[in-house]
Design a protein around this ligand. Structure first.
Ligand SMILES: CC(C)(COP(=O)(O)OP(=O)(O)OC[C@H]1O[C@@H](n2cnc3c(N)ncnc32)[C@H](O)[C@@H]1OP(=O)(O)O)[C@@H](O)C(=O)NCCC(=O)NCCS
Length: 131
């Protein structure tokens, strides 16, 4: 994506219930686009953004955030296609494993990732704000 796509991407994430009051999607986009170890991939249909995902690595593992397919375009293979693009982006940078965080109440996404061969890492993910 480019900065011009920002409002369309945020709108898509909102439509897909991925935004939360404690996260600032515009700040997340700016930060992901700034460095060389992360980016945001988008998919367009008839010129309109219908898919987006943030991908990056921290020097150890690859990570994927904010994966969203417009509800009107779900179940058509676009999610799988975007994951393949994200994995290709990581592989080109030498990353050999991708981790994904899924909210506890998003069982649909769990089913999707399992269908794609992802496995439960059996870890507890914890975090806190440091800035
Ligand atoms: C999760 C999401 C990205 C999936 O995208 P999608 O385009 O609908 O999924 P696809 O059509 O590419 O599905 C790929 C495969 O997974 C399977 N699949 C998808 N969801 C599944 C589920 N809940 N359980 C089992 N299999 C599932 C499909 O049947 C398909 O299988 P196939 O390759 O054998 O045909 C989409 O539903 C979405 O944007 N959801 C809202 C946002 C969200 O929850 N994002 C994830 C945050 S962690």
């Amino acid at each position: 994506m480019t900065v011009d796509d920002q409002s369309a991407v945020v709108e898509l994430w909102q439509k897909c219930n991925l935004t939360r009051p404690w996260n600032d999607p515009e700040q997340d986009i700016a930060f992901a686009l700034k460095g060389s170890t992360s980016t945001i991939l988008v998919g367009k249909f008839a010129g309109k953004i219908i898919a987006a995902a943030m991908v990056g690595h921290d020097g150890h593992r690859g990570a994927l955030y904010y994966l969203a397919i417009d509800p009107q375009f779900q179940n058509k293979g676009y999610g799988k296609m975007l994951i393949a693009e994200a994995e290709s982006w990581l592989k080109q940078r030498g990353v050999w494993k991708i981790n994904i965080l899924i909210r506890n109440d998003n069982q649909h996404a769990v089913g999707f990732y399992k269908a794609l061969g992802f496995e439960d890492n059996a870890v507890v993910s914890m975090g806190r704000k440091i800035l």
